[in-house]
Design a protein around this ligand. Structure first.
Ligand code: C5P
Length: 219
């Protein structure tokens, strides 16, 4: 991967789910495969970008090209993202858990102890909003994702404002779309100019288009 429109640019990509421990052997997770994030990181590399890829425990293969940091929890992901800055652009593809278990213990919970476990939750940091809203070292282009099941454009437009990011890539993850964990995606790109529907494409093709748009925005 040599010369391209993104040569000399540093782009950060987060990907995959996070795992939030309950005890040393159990965790809370979600169905994100990391496929879209991996495809975006590879597409950016192919355009010449220097890519930092911060991933949770994803089942998708790791991208070829990027510098890879593996993390488990949302809190670890934020630390790794901050360590990877500065960047010209940051693409937040990860399906970050909203909460972590505060009373996760150092030893395995035993069913023989009787009763039912009681989990106490605390909110995880919002990595996208944290980076998008900072004044120092804010990437010039900050892109978030929005997985919605209804009113996709309205919810994603509100999310763009709430998080302070430049673009939102929104998709409908209702089970019947087969998007989460599948090979295809149909996204709507929300920018300052409004909403743009993209056709149903493979995740690799969606990634190529997005990488191209990122190159144009950074040119
Ligand atoms: O609020 P919601 O989870 O729908 O927002 C999705 C977007 O925010 C994605 O880009 C995701 O990577 C990012 N996010 C994050 N940290 C969180 C939650 C979401 O970076 N704790």
């Amino acid at each position: 991967f040599t010369d391209g429109p993104l040569t000399g640019r540093h782009v950060l990509v987060t990907s995959g789910p996070t795992h939030e421990p309950i005890d040393p052997v159990r965790y809370i997770a979600n169905r994100s495969s990391g496929a879209q994030g991996t495809a975006i990181a590879e597409a950016l590399s192919k355009l010449g970008a220097d890519v930092s890829f911060v991933t949770g425990p994803a089942t998708a293969p790791r991208p070829r090209g990027p510098r890879i940091t593996e993390v488990e929890t949302a809190r670890e992901m934020l630390t790794a993202v901050e360590a990877a800055l500065p960047a010209d652009a940051a693409i937040f593809c990860a399906a970050v858990a909203d909460w972590h278990v505060v009373n996760a213990g150092p030893s395995k919970m035993k069913k023989e102890a009787g009763g039912l476990p009681a989990l106490d939750f605390a909110e995880n940091p919002d990595i996208l909003a944290t980076i998008a809203r900072r004044n120092e070292n804010r990437p010039r282009l900050v892109v978030g994702f929005a997985a919605e099941t209804d009113d996709v454009v309205a919810h994603a437009t509100a999310k763009r404002a709430r998080k302070g990011c430049d673009w939102i890539v929104a998709n409908d993850v209702s089970p019947e779309t087969g998007i989460m964990g599948g090979g295809h995606n149909a996204v709507t790109l929300i920018t300052e100019d409004g909403a743009e529907d993209w056709p149903r494409l493979t995740k690799v093709e969606t990634a190529r288009r997005l990488a191209q748009r990122i190159a144009e925005a950074l040119a």
